[in-house]
Design a protein around this ligand. Structure first.
Ligand code: B12
Length: 221
């Protein structure tokens, strides 16, 4: 089966809430030697983006969203398992989670997998994570970066709260912060004083690497 056909069927599986098809397509993609990241982003994520638009327009409802997201997760899990497992040398430590009040965690999960595959030690705090928990964990594991995911316009403010809390506690320079999630933008990151924004998981790895290199550069001076 050609790549385009596999990507199209991955998106279809999500749109049709077809978990069995999602698993079959993911396994087929691996058997055909396709890049798992490409199948996640251009197949499964393309499908869920379309479902999100339909939901926004009121053309599909919450149960559809849940079933589509389940189908997407089943396919993505198979592809994530095929990603390389870490490097010999640790690149840096990241504490990450979805902010308080928000249970969207699929995108954050992809970011976690790609960071791990690229040599980062990642502490995934899950979803609906209160601000103080991010900070406590970062202190405990001496993190380089705190990453927060927010998918709702109403929960993005928690990313700002994190910046404010870090400032209050005198920890702003100690941990770099990275923000993401569908409604989050570079403009928002600049506004709240976050150190980096990434639009997708591939960019998240690039930005995390840059943040860690900048820290190392500074430490060496
Ligand atoms: C699937 C989904 C759900 C699932 C979530 C399942 C799960 N376990 O995650 C369920 C059904 C549970 C759900 C619930 C709700 N949802 Co919803 N959901 C979606 C949907 C369709 C897709 C989200 C997704 O998984 N995308 C795929 C992933 C891969 O993309 P991503 O999350 O953006 O992640 C990528 C990047 O953003 C980035 N990234 C993500 N996190 C991070 C973190 C860092 C640090 C970095 C650097 C980068 C980064 O990298 C990722 C990978 O490339 C979106 C639509 C959309 N366009 O986003 C709506 C959407 C986000 N949901 C919406 C709504 C309204 C809700 C509900 C309030 C509905 C309701 N009435 O109950 C609830 C909220 C519950 C809550 N308190 O959180 C709205 C939000 C509108 C708004 N303005 O805020 C959206 C936009 C749909 C719409 N068009 O209206 N939802």
């Amino acid at each position: 089966m050609v790549k385009e056909e596999i990507l199209k069927r991955a998106a279809e599986a999500v749109l049709r809430h077809d978990e069995a098809l999602a698993k079959e397509v993911a396994a087929r993609a691996l058997a055909e030697g396709l890049d798992p990241v490409e199948v996640i982003t251009e197949g499964f994520c393309a499908g869920i983006a379309e479902v999100g638009e339909l939901f926004g327009r009121g053309d599909v409802f919450l149960p559809d969203l849940m079933l589509s997201s389940q189908a997407m997760t089943s396919g993505i899990e198979i592809l994530k398992a095929a990603l390389p497992q870490g490097h010999e040398q640790k690149k840096g430590t990241v504490v990450i989670g979805t902010v308080e009040g928000d249970i969207h965690d699929v995108g954050k999960g992809i970011v976690v997998s790609l960071l791990r595959a690229n040599g980062f030690e990642v502490y995934d705090l899950g979803r609906d994570v209160p601000t103080h928990v991010f900070i406590e964990k970062a202190l405990e594991v001496n993190a380089d970066i705190i990453g927060t995911s927010a998918l709702l316009t109403t929960t993005m403010s928690a990313q700002k709260t994190l910046e404010e809390e870090l400032s209050k506690m005198g920890l702003k320079g100690r941990f770099k912060t990275m923000v993401g999630g569908a409604p989050v933008t570079q403009r928002w990151a600049d506004k709240i004083g976050a150190d980096a924004y990434a639009e997708n998981a591939i960019e998240a790895v690039e930005k995390a690497s840059q943040l860690v290199s900048a820290r190392e550069g500074r430490a060496a001076v």
